[in-house]
Ligand binder design. Structure first.
Ligand code: FAD
Length: 404
């Protein structure tokens, strides 16, 4: 059969490859570094299973009829400061995942490969595995083969907690069908999935600059505060890289530029309520944060059905939990309902990536925008410094005046 999605519609979830009984589907990488479904018409037996499992073709589907159109909304964070610090938001995922493990379940989520070249979905059964699965990898995680792994675990009677992008979770539900009593799913509020090529180009550039292999990569690092959206990279030679949302090229190209997102993400079918998974997690942007909250992170939780309620219940002993309103969640986090706006300059970015490298491609494509924001931050710091100085000066003058 002919491909049933266009290049710009395919989400690259790879469920079609897992369901194909004759191995007719493969995923060569396109020029932007995204996997693209390709059907070998010689091998294809026209069973159309690939089409039936495709989340884009079949959305909205049955789960959105049963899930809550007004999810229960919570503001949460993990009570253990170390877990909270090491999580991307407030640590909701870690709490649910750890409680799930304690009940004998298996976790399926995204991990970095050994040298941090890629992200792939795997199944893990212990806390060591959980340490690898936690934290956001802000580019596409490879889910090839994972749908079959989950199906086989469920067949053996295992309980599985899957976490992934909404399209991946929808794909898994289509793949497993109705026999999913032991399957629990979490998705995250997804701004859009970035190109693995953009990520690997950035890491290659940093490796060359610091003359070392990578030891750890942390997006949204909290060492200088959660809301700084810092990128921190540790190298084998002991050196460290840190830049914040104003001067890190990755954050600028992703958040301000929409430069390397998957084309299908600009018309994402999953930015709707009801959500497709049992529970959805994200950042609870838009609240009036205390200093501690803005430094350590706050999770947004949507409980979309009774399985979501159960996941929250088993996590409660580890979490601060406060019920909030859907309006608050939607106001602060546009990515829940709206796709990112297509960037006309993304083609320019990918052309430059090949010739001048990642950072330079971002800065050149974004023109002065990112630099202006960087200068604004510097100006803000100088003003803050000067105003502190002038307050001190006034206090000293007052004291002197009082003594006299
Ligand atoms: C590409 C991307 C875009 C996002 N955009 C937003 C946004 O716009 N607004 C918002 O509020 N939140 C967004 N998030 C979610 C946010 O970063 C946190 O993951 C989420 O709030 C959960 O935080 P946590 O501390 O509870 O869990 P964490 O410890 O961060 O756990 C994250 C979970 O997500 C899984 N995961 C990590 N990376 C990937 C990946 N690349 N693909 C599939 N699964 C993955 C992990 O396996 C783990 O199970 C995004 C996440 C990603 C990966």
């Amino acid at each position: 059969m002919k491909p049933f999605l266009t290049h710009d519609e395919c989400m690259g979830c790879k469920a079609c490859g897992d369901i194909c009984p004759v191995g007719a589907i493969s995923f060569p990488v396109d020029e932007e570094g995204f996997w693209q479904m390709t059907i070998d018409e010689e091998k294809c037996i026209d069973c159309h299973r690939c089409e039936m499992v495709c989340p884009v073709k079949n959305y909205p589907e049955s789960r959105t009829e049963t899930n809550r159109s007004e999810p229960l909304v919570y503001k949460t964070w993990h009570k253990d400061p170390a877990v909270r610090y090491n999580s991307t938001s407030g640590g909701m995922y870690y709490a649910a995942a750890e409680a799930f493990l304690e009940r004998g379940g298996v976790l399926v989520g995204s991990v970095y490969t050994e040298k941090f070249e890629r992200a792939v979905h795997v199944a893990v059964k212990d806390r060591e595995g959980l340490q690898r699965v936690m934290r956001s990898k802000y580019f596409q995680s490879d889910t090839e083969g994972i749908y079959k792994v989950v199906r086989d675990l469920l067949k053996k009677g295992e309980k599985v907690l899957f976490c992934g992008a909404p399209c991946q979770s929808a794909a898994l539900h289509k793949f497993i069908g109705a026999k999913d009593a032991n399957l629990y799913t979490m998705d995250f509020v997804c701004r859009g999935i970035n190109s693995p090529l953009a990520y690997s180009s950035y890491m290659e550039e940093l490796k060359a600059k610091y003359r070392s292999e990578l030891k750890e990569v942390r997006f949204k690092d909290k060492s200088r505060g959660w809301t700084n959206l810092g990128t921190r990279v540790f190298f084998q030679n002991g050196k460290e890289y840190y830049r914040n949302r104003f001067n890190d090229p990755w954050v600028n190209g992703f958040i301000a530029g929409n430069l390397y997102m998957r084309p299908a993400c600009f018309q994402c079918a999953f930015k709707k309520l009801p959500r497709v998974s049992d529970m959805s997690i994200g950042d609870f942007w838009g609240l009036n944060f205390t200093q501690e909250e803005s430094s350590q992170g706050v999770s947004l939780v949507f409980s979309n059905n009774e399985k979501g309620d159960w996941l929250l219940d088993i996590s409660r002993p580890r979490m601060f939990v406060e019920q909030r309103t859907l309006e608050e969640a939607l106001q602060g986090n546009p990515a829940i309902l709206h796709s990112a706006v297509y960037s006309e300059t993304r083609k320019q970015f990918f052309a430059l990536l090949r010739t001048v490298g990642f950072s330079e491609a971002v800065w050149r494509t974004m023109g002065s925008t990112a630099r202006e924001r960087w200068l604004k931050e510097k100006k803000h710091k100088i003003n803050a410094f000067l105003s502190r100085f002038s307050i001190l000066y006034r206090i000293k003058t007052m004291i002197k005046g009082g003594v006299r």
